[in-house]
Design a protein around this ligand. Structure first.
Ligand code: PAF
Length: 283
């Protein structure tokens, strides 16, 4: 059975034992409902570290009112089995009151980079993420922490936060894992009906098509291509498009066109009750 802990004190003891033995500690924070995307983070951590700690915590503070906190898929025993098979050494499963003491009033807020994109439609989301990730990093004290590029704004926000707050951890981004047909893996794909699952393919397909247009139109304004992409998503079966934008790959500043620099094309769109996000690199 894989080693599990539920309290900060037990977590610190177990990590300290491994650190004293000279281990480089890798950390993979998750909200559970684990799929191959999470397991690719564990694999990346195992390749670069001696011991891998995974947390499973559905963080209430990153869900807004009316979002899917209650419905978010939870399957602890299946997750533990997957992590054991993947070779992780320790799983941290804090309860909500272990993570957030009564009357906790401190938050971590990263401005600028969290505004717009997912921060536009989910205005309290990133404060919940940055607060819990700071707490998790302080609790685990890893040498390196691994985050998926699928949540690209989250990854860049955490890089910025760790830099700004001098948190001594290396943040490592891991490429998005996709189904054979191109759909990015996400715990929220479980919400999709068979029809929605088919229609959702227009998200990666549209990103690829818009990226090709932007590459061809290097140096020209991107607006018409982005408008075309939004229309494609609606035509492909999405009910609404939160955003389809071209941003600088590091700062996430808005780009009016692609000039050959590292850039990212990012989208979020809703199909039925499900909101899907995806992004790809350009350049
Ligand atoms: O990406 C996620 O699963 C979550 O946002 C994270 C980083 C585990 C924080 O709750």
């Amino acid at each position: 059975m894989i080693d599990t802990v539920r309290t900060i004190a037990a977590l610190r003891d177990r990590v300290a034992e491994r650190r004293q033995a000279g281990a480089r500690i890798g950390f993979v924070p998750t909200m559970g409902a684990l799929h191959e995307g999470h397991l690719s983070l564990v694999a990346a951590a195992l390749a670069q570290c001696d011991a891998v700690v995974v947390s499973i915590f559905v963080n209430p503070t990153q869900f807004g009112p009316g979002e899917d906190f209650e419905a978010y898929p939870r399957d602890e025993s299946a997750d533990l089995e997957k992590l054991e098979q993947a070779g992780a050494q320790l799983v941290y499963l804090p309860a909500v009151d272990e993570m957030y003491p009564e009357n906790a009033t401190t938050v971590v807020n990263v401005s600028g980079i969290t505004e717009g994109l997912c921060g536009g439609a989910r205005p309290t989301h990133f404060q919940g993420v940055t607060t819990v990730v700071t707490k998790l990093l302080m609790q685990v004290l890893p040498d390196a922490a691994f985050f998926g590029e699928k949540d690209y704004q989250q990854l860049q926000t955490i890089r910025r936060m760790v830099r700004d707050l001098d948190i001594p951890v290396e943040i490592i981004g891991v490429p998005t894992v996709r189904e054979a047909d191109g759909l990015a893996l996400s715990s929220r794909n479980l919400y999709l009906s068979a029809d929605e699952r088919r229609e959702a393919l227009s998200l990666p397909a549209t990103l690829q098509a818009v990226a090709a247009k932007l590459r061809q139109a290097q140096g020209e304004p991107a607006a018409a291509h982005l408008d075309w992409g939004r229309a494609q998503l609606l035509q492909g079966g999405f009910d609404s498009v939160d955003y389809l934008e071209l941003r600088d790959a590091e700062t996430l500043a808005v780009l009016e066109g692609w000039e050959g620099q590292p850039a990212r094309l990012l989208a979020a769109a809703r199909i039925g009750k499900t909101r899907l996000i995806d992004n790809i690199a350009i350049g």
